[in-house]
Design a protein around this ligand. Structure first.
Ligand code: E4P
Length: 221
């Protein structure tokens, strides 16, 4: 499973990239707005820090506008994945950019039918939003199960399932059980994945016992 971090915050990305656990980054207009920084400069900087795919979203809603913005974003760095919304114009733009060899992430996917269209349009990634479905009482992980099953039925579907709108560690675990390709995880959830009270308790006990020996590994023979 690949791990992307879902943020446009350079400090957070730098910190997480240093762990060696990051395979990519996803941003969206809301995440960029939260930073208060210039979009193109931010994408350039993220692409310098993380070598894997960095999703940068278009904001035009018509095909011509999306295509022009997508080409500009793709020109920032070779690891930019242009993010387009799951609309007819977005799919048309996805097809055109994909045919040019540009990675496209089709975002705001909320149904298996939409995911089929993203694959047909040649998307590198489709982003189903599990948390937002859960929020309205629908089954976010059920959508992932459906998409994975459908994509596995067709060898010509090369689109990776990128689980988005992740809210907690169990979304990541469930995504893994279902065989999703990528999880894009908010920084706080990524940090929560490492936590277990028995790990902390066990480590405290080991260190207390070790202290009693009076030994030091680096100072020993
Ligand atoms: C995906 O790429 C989106 O940026 C993101 O996962 C949306 O998450 P949210 O529902 O928490 O805003």
């Amino acid at each position: 499973m690949k791990f992307f971090v879902d943020t446009a915050d350079i400090a957070e990305i730098t910190e997480l990239a240093e762990t060696g656990l990051l395979d990519g980054v996803t941003t969206n207009p809301s995440l960029v707005a939260k930073t208060g920084k210039d979009f193109v400069t931010t994408v350039k900087e993220i692409c310098r820090i993380v070598k894997g795919p960095v999703s940068a979203e278009v904001t035009a809603t018509d095909h011509a506008g999306m295509l022009a913005e997508g080409r500009k974003l793709a020109g920032i760095a070779t690891n930019v994945a242009v993010k387009v919304p799951l609309t007819m114009d977005g799919l048309k733009t996805c097809k055109a950019l994909s045919d040019d060899g540009i990675m496209v992430n089709v975002t705001l996917c909320f149904s298996p039918a939409q995911a089929i269209l993203a694959a047909k349009a040649g998307a590198a990634f489709v982003s189903p939003f599990v948390g937002r479905l859960d929020d309205i009482g629908q089954d976010g992980m059920g959508l992932i199960a459906d998409i994975v099953q459908i994509y596995n039925n067709y060898s010509d579907f090369q689109t990776e399932v990128l689980v988005a709108s992740i809210r907690h560690p169990m979304h990541v675990v469930e995504a893994g059980k279902l065989g999703a390709d990528v999880c894009t995880v908010p920084p706080a959830v990524l940090k929560a994945l490492v936590k277990h009270p028995l790990t902390d308790k066990g480590l405290d006990a080991f260190l207390a016992d070790w202290k009693k020996t009076g030994q030091s590994i680096l100072g020993g023979t």
